[in-house]
Design a protein. Structure first.
Length: 118
């Protein structure tokens, strides 16, 4: 006898999260609290990665087999160091690091150097 399993539909899986009728708020921040945008750029704290929250936006990135293997090796190295992270979080952290360096160092950033040597 086959057992029937109920699976949520696509609309339920891909719905936007609503908090207090205002949309999605970052973890630990109420919907009516906007991040502080005042002050000069040198007074703003560097952007923080989103960490383990539900993400409503998606971006597809194509990588080579070697790049994917390197990413998996990095994830396993972090795991051996006691940090259990998935590839998505590892990529989000790397993006924050690269963009923070670009904002702080401009043309002298590692990102600019790597992109101009290709």
């Amino acid at each position: 006898m086959a057992r029937r399993v109920s699976v949520p539909g696509a609309d339920e899986l891909f719905r936007r999260t609503v908090v207090g009728g205002q949309g999605t708020a970052p973890a630990g921040q109420a919907d009516d609290e906007a991040p502080d945008q005042a002050g000069s750029p040198d007074q703003q704290a560097p952007a923080a990665p989103s960490g383990r929250i539900r993400h409503d936006e998606k971006m597809t990135v194509y990588v080579t087999a070697d790049e994917l293997l390197d990413l998996e090796h990095a994830r396993l190295a972090l795991r051996r160091a006691g940090l259990s992270v998935d590839r998505g979080r590892l990529v989000r952290e790397a993006i924050v690091i690269a963009l923070t360096d670009l904002e702080a160092n401009g043309q002298d950033s590692m990102l600019v150097h790597r992109l101009t040597r290709q």
